[in-house]
Design a protein around this ligand. Structure first.
Ligand code: CA
Ligand code: CA
Length: 341
């Protein structure tokens, strides 16, 4: 088992290296914006956020695999890793010490755990809300499935139980008049309004597929949050779409994020591994259908943004780094919200 996990980890590193290294990405943030202006689809882009307050909040210990989705509930930071391991940290102590850990019920080598989200309220039989796990691994047989899990802590032992799979069926979106998505749905919970959103792109965001950023779009699609009474396996298709909003493709390399009251806070880029694909955050206003704020964070966030939480009036940005390139432990940054709110 240990050998198998090790081989998977090595394989995952090669895949990451192939994605980050071999592929020549010809666009910079500036040239993408210039191209969108030329194509007449940059009218609604707001100015880049200035004077951001950004600092390292936690240096996380206990890393086993690449850092991915993160959620915070009360004083508990749940930080997911590729494959399905979750480390728990104290938000108030901010000392980076692992206070607990468990494997997701959906843990498997091709579960990238790209985005973690909590449901709107505490789950029955748990001190925590239901956990919504986005896979995010293109080509995986579970790429289109969100695993819904119930976390338990009993006598100091953490565990997680699978209570539902939500699978997206996008086959009829286009024929029903919606903008289709290429795959890798990122599942977001709008806790304030009680909806489940799927964030993805029209085309896969690699240079082979998106040779021209003017041809791609980011797509946010709203659904109900399926009740557990709907069963263990739920499929959401075109007939379940409540609303869809389509945004300009002005930034590359989707990671993950969170929602609050109709707004999507989403991270992009691979940090300083490639100056053409630096750390960026966008805030999408799904009511108005516009990008509300743009952060360009190449100097502030040097590592790869993985997930974002909004808590106590700040954004908390979970990052991954490459242990071969730095001795630093992976960071969680504290970042100021957009101004003018
Ligand atoms: Ca990621
Ligand atoms: Ca998230």
């Amino acid at each position: 088992m240990r050998t198998f996990t090790f081989i998977s980890a090595v394989a995952a590193m090669f895949v990451s290296a192939a994605v980050a290294g071999a592929q020549e990405w010809p666009w910079t943030p500036e040239s993408i914006e210039a191209r969108l202006k030329e194509a007449g689809i940059a009218e609604s882009l707001p100015a880049v956020e200035k004077d951001v307050d950004c600092s390292v909040y936690i240096r996380k210990e206990g890393r086993k695999r690449p850092q991915q989705g993160m959620v915070i509930y009360g004083d508990f930071i749940f930080s997911g890793e590729d494959g399905g391991h979750v480390n728990i940290y104290s938000f108030s102590k901010a000392d980076g010490k692992v206070t607990g850990e468990f494997e997701l019920a959906s843990s498997r080598p091709d579960n990238h755990v790209n985005n973690l989200e909590f449901g709107p309220s505490k789950a029955r039989g748990s001190k925590f809300p239901l956990l919504y796990v986005s896979n995010g691994k293109v080509g995986s047989e579970i790429e289109w499935t969100c695993s819904v899990e119930r976390i338990r802590k009993r006598k100091g032992v953490w565990s997680s139980e699978l209570v539902q799979n939500i699978t997206l069926d996008a086959s009829e979106w286009e024929s029903k008049g919606y903008t289709p998505i290429f795959g890798a749905p990122s599942w977001l919970i709008d806790k304030e309004r009680g909806f489940l959103w799927v964030f993805s792109a029209l085309k896969r965001t690699v240079s082979k597929v998106t040779s021209d950023p003017a041809d791609n779009r980011y797509v946010a699609t709203r659904f109900r949050i399926p009740s557990l009474k709907e069963g263990r396996e739920v499929t959401l298709g075109a007939g379940d779409i409540l609303e869809q909003k389509v945004f300009p493709f002005d930034v590359w390399f989707t990671q993950a994020g969170c929602m609050k009251d109709g707004k999507i806070y989403y991270g992009f880029g691979i940090g300083n591994y490639d100056p053409k694909r630096p750390s960026c955050i966008r805030v999408y206003d799904t009511d108005r259908g516009v990008i509300e704020a743009r952060y360009e964070l190449k100097d502030e966030i040097i590592y790869e943004i993985e997930d974002i939480e909004l808590k106590d009036g700040w954004l908390w940005v979970n990052c991954n780094n490459n242990p071969k390139r730095t001795k630093e432990k992976p960071f969680i940054y504290r970042l100021s919200l957009p101004k003018g709110r």
